[in-house]
Design a protein around this ligand. Structure first.
Ligand code: AGP
Length: 608
């Protein structure tokens, strides 16, 4: 998730832009830049790496005189984090500069059109098409050029624009990415979130999707994309800077749990075109897939558990055998992989040492490697033969949530794409699965809304000595992730167990009031899991069952319930984890744990 800022007023713009970008550092980024209008020139300074480097090369802004400008922190999606790919991007004629947060989904077609019309591109980014389109459509009227360009863009964008022909103006355009205008006295601002503004002004206007603003030091004119004026209320911000970084949430983890519908949407939507899953541009095509006889999924921690859940979707739809293996075991286990084995590695950070080693081990044996990773240009992405990015945006909390569900979303996309390309499912099933996949963001949202009282359950677990999570099939994989969430942020011992295994020993541990959380979301094994609930209840266990609303009969055998919306069983893993994330979060909160930075843990385990 990138950060954008803009300023126009009577002060020097560069120091204000740099300060605003520093306020956005918490969002995570890998490059930064500013553009300032100086006379009738636009001067641009941008670097890969930290804002401190940008401050250094601009002498804290003194080297970029001017009172109007825009700034950007980039979280790379299209194109690795380099100086050239950093924003702002400038039009060929030097008249426009643009900063962007979001993804222009139709950028490839626009880029080709512009190149055919004689425009040249410097970067690999999707954003650069915007600034060249502005040059193409500009005939002296900035507002109509902005409207023409917006009508050509598909995807999500918050855009900031400066034009050397309008030396006191900044333009802000919003479509599906947050953009806020700050109202000052003889000066005005815009930013992608309040954190960058709140130390200058607490009077703000929230742009809505399909609106843009022309901003000068004394005026803010807002229009819809047809050019009709829109009147907006100025609102007063009550947050302080620290709270604003978390978007008003108490912890980054809760903010990132709530962001999951949008993160999964951002990951899925650009890969579905004309009612087909499209992964070709990642290099995965039918010819390659026909040569794959088996799949190995290897990763660490939650990423491994995502593989354990996603495996069922691949086997169910593609009928290709899938093995899962912890990367720390895989790398030393002399794995039996070869050119007919596709090794899929999963990683949020892309820097996990064991996972990197697993890639190298696979490639040394001639196995092609597909990486599913969140950080563009990370080591895992660079080493893999194919890379699918989870466009979850930066994940700040050590305990992963949106990183996990977006990994599952990509495994589901891969499963459906492969099944379609190899003809393993008929068209009717394909369409049904595509509809189910498209509905995942809304189902995830519903699984949050269906359990408004989940916070009250925390008191039932806060003093537990241990908690069992049980499930079968894909529910078992979700149980492993649910147990890890509980362990790593509340420090309560939790163990996931295959429900069918209880009678082979573990049930000896079930005594009066032993907390058991039973996942009953996979309808192919639900009855069996219900029998396991009865088994542990008979020995005094206290059972919380996780089930779809339509399975209300489970109430008769469980002590309490967490509800899920009806969801395609093959894809249930991305939905059933949500209540377990929230349960772990509220339990940890009740125990006053350091939720975003749990003891002994790092966000990325870059050593063995
Ligand atoms: C998950 O909440 C943990 N933070 C940890 O298990 C993590 O999933 C694991 O270290 C793998 O990290 P990666 O996805 O960045 O490779």
């Amino acid at each position: 998730m990138c950060g954008i800022v803009g300023y126009t007023g009577m002060q020097e713009a560069a120091p204000i832009l740099l300060e605003g970008l520093k306020r956005l550092e918490y969002r995570g980024y890998d490059s930064a830049g500013i553009a300032v209008i100086n006379g009738n020139e636009i001067s641009v300074r941008k670097v890969s790496g930290r804002i401190a480097k940008l401050c250094e090369i601009t002498n804290d802004g003194a080297a970029c005189p001017g009172k109007v400008g825009i700034g950007h922190t980039r979280w790379a999606t299209h194109g690795a984090p380099t100086d050239i790919n950093a924003h702002p991007h400038v039009s060929n004629d030097g008249k426009f500069a643009v900063v962007h947060n979001g993804i222009i989904e139709n950028y490839l077609a626009l880029r080709e059109e512009l190149i055919n019309k004689g425009y040249h591109f410097e970067s690999e980014t999707d954003t650069e098409v915007v600034v060249q389109l502005l040059e193409m459509y500009y005939k002296g009227d900035l507002k109509s050029a902005v409207m023409r360009v917006s009508s050509r863009l598909q995807g999500s964008y918050a855009l900031g624009v400066v034009c050397s022909d309008a030396p006191d103006e900044i333009v802000a355009i919003r479509e599906s990415s947050p953009l806020i205008i700050g109202i000052g006295a003889g000066e005005n601002y815009f930013a992608s979130d309040i954190t960058a503004l709140v130390s200058y002004t607490k009077n703000v206007i929230y742009l809505e999707d399909g609106e843009f603003a022309q901003i000068t030091p004394d005026t803010v004119m807002i229009y819809d994309l047809l050019g009709n004026p829109v009147s907006k209320k100025v609102q007063r911000v009550t947050w302080d800077v620290q709270a604003a970084e978390k978007g008003g949430y108490e912890h980054f983890m809760l903010k990132e749990i709530v962001e999951q519908p949008r993160a999964v949407e951002a990951t899925i939507r650009p890969r579905i075109r004309d009612n087909r899953v499209v992964l070709e541009e990642e290099g995965l095509n039918a010819e390659f897939l026909r040569g794959i006889k088996r799949i190995y999924i290897t990763a660490c921690g939650s990423a491994y558990y995502a593989g354990c859940v996603g495996r069922y979707a691949i086997e169910s739809l593609c009928r290709i055998p899938v093995s899962t293996e912890l990367a720390s075991e895989f790398r030393y286990g002399d794995p039996m992989v070869d050119s007919e084995t596709l090794v899929i590695v999963l990683s949020q950070s892309g820097e996990t040492a064991d996972t990197i080693a697993a890639i190298k081990e696979s490639k040394s044996k001639g196995a092609p490697v597909l990486a599913i990773v969140n950080v563009v240009g990370s080591s895992v992405a660079k080493l893999a033969d194919f890379t699918l990015y989870t466009w979850a945006g930066p994940e700040i909390a050590v305990a992963t949530t949106k990183g996990y569900t977006t990994q599952l979303a990509l495994l589901y996309l891969f499963a459906l794409y492969t099944a379609g390309e190899l003809g393993r499912i008929d068209e009717k099933t394909y369409r049904h699965m595509l509809r189910s996949l498209r509905s995942l963001p809304q189902k995830i949202q519903e699984s949050v809304d269906l359990n408004p009282l989940i916070e009250n359950y925390a008191d039932d677990y806060r003093d537990a000595r241990s908690i069992f999570f049980i499930g079968r099939n894909s529910d078992y994989g979700a149980a492993m992730e649910g147990a890890l969430k509980m362990k790593e942020i509340s420090y309560i011992h939790a163990e996931a167990y295959a429900a069918g295994e209880l009678k082979h020993g573990t049930i000896a541990l079930i005594e009066e009031h032993q907390p058991v959380i039973a996942l009953c979301c996979n309808d192919t094994v639900r009855e069996k899991t219900m029998n396991n609930i009865i088994e542990v209840k008979a020995r005094g266990a206290d059972v919380l069952a996780l089930a779809e609303k339509r399975d209300a009969d489970i109430i008769s055998i469980a002590d309490r319930m967490l509800w899920l919306p009806e969801v395609e069983p093959v894809f249930a893993g991305a939905v059933e984890i949500i209540p377990l994330q929230l349960l772990a979060y509220y339990t940890a909160k009740a125990r006053n744990c350091d939720i975003d930075k749990p003891k002994n843990l790092a966000k990325s385990v870059t050593v063995e």
